[in-house]
Write a protein that binds this ligand. Sequence first.
Ligand SMILES: [Zn+2]
Length: 554
Amino acid sequence: MSKSKQMIIRFRLLFLYSILFSFVAHSQGLLQEKNHFTRQDTLRGSITPERAWWDLTYYHLDITVNPDKKYIFGKNTIQYKVLEPYSIMQIDLQPPLTLTRALQDGKELQIKHDGNAHFITLETPQEPNTVNSLEVYYDGHPREAVRAPWDGGISWDKDINGNHFVASSCQGLGASVWWPCKDHMYDEVDSMLISVNVPSKLMNVSNGRLRKVEQIGDTKTYHWFVKSPINNYGVNINIGDYVNFSEVYDGQGGNLLMDYYVLKDNLEKAKVHFKEVPKMMEAFEHWFGQYPFYADSFKLVEVPYLGMEHQSSVTYGNGYQNGYRGNDLSGTGWGLKFDFIIIHEAGHEWFANNITNKDIADMWIHESFTSYSENLFLDYYYGKQASADYVIGTRKNILNDRPLIGFYNVNHEGSGDMYYKGANMLHTLRQLIEDDEKWRKILIGLNTTFYHQTVTTKQIEDYISKQTGYDLTEFFDQYLRTTMIPTLEYKIDGKNLKYRWTNIVDKFDMPIEVSINKNKQWLYPKGEWETLTLDENIGSLEIDRDFYISSKKI
Ligand SMILES: [Zn+2]
């Protein structure tokens, strides 16, 4: 983003400066623009031959965290199925952490280090369809989070009582910033045991369910087990002076354990504020279908940063208040009716954790649907008008700087517009479908069809096109792959209305709803001028505000 454009944007959005600082920071940090890619980007972002031959089945991450020294050490046992015979395995771990040893069948293996990637030469023959495992050992002082969760790593914080308050966050940056793994989105591990040893007076909360706690001298090891496939950046550690309370939610999948871990001093506040969590669950099960991780429970865990969609242990740091740090991102008032972090981050359980992008270039699948979930929560409790006001209100945050889809195979995200432009694209699609029940079934259908899977944009596009019965190729090309906003040009001349689309991709022909002389009707514009002739003079033309387009009367 150029400096001048950035200034214009900031000037335009002066009122929302404090919120937008985070938002723009997000666009510049996690979602930064990048034109030159390095060999390291390719090693990180592509399915290299050293990754393609094996399929992850199980991890046991077994680590000790020493908050006094800001130090981590331990090992990861990596179990995998051999797809094709090969002898070199790529494991990722980011400096300053060091991968010290790799063992298979008790034998120490040779490791060739190449920046964040480590190539391990296996000695045991790798027979197709066999399940093998190896252990990798590591230690060091992991990168500290600069501005979590956007510029992540480990946050080594303290609570107001001076106790250590530690948390990981690594979306985009990659899980290999704090533990060794196959750091690519396409291959999710099927299940995982996370064992974290911490000083006795602290507790570690990770994903899934707590299996056991072991007292070892003046330390404790917390063993958390995740039964469902999980993406790398979803795995997390949260270490603090936590207290726990819980409830059982009677949901679409039966009894769901809802577990809350908060700092001791915030217990009473949390008990009141988290009453929104079952409300969230009810609204999202209605719109998206059954919560995808009943086996692993649902947790909300307090952290020293804003929040993140860690699977089955969504992290929370919004200060027990509504809005986004107390602000309304839509400017309509509706954004203060819910806690942005509870709603947004939990919405990711369906879009990001259940349905996960294979390549981070397709991260709009996570953020567009989840930003859209904010207005569906409002729709469920406050109605369609409120939901439309909200999502339309967020349009002011759209920059149209870059397309929503990033570059493939180099770990590159698209524009931060994947949030609110993406949400408005989906809101526009709802208008085109003109049948809210059908639209809801599509959203549920996405979650059952791609249950616990990693997907591409094309799979999502094809599914929606098929279910709606419309060929949405140009619609998605326009909104996902360009920065052009379709412009409806029109001329009124007596009884005649001339209209056409400009600023569009080839063959874009989205219908649009308008009111002519207060009468609603659909227009079917194309790239060439069309003429509509009425029996009476055309006094007024109003375009349905639900469509994310621009218009020009000429
Ligand atoms: Zn998000």
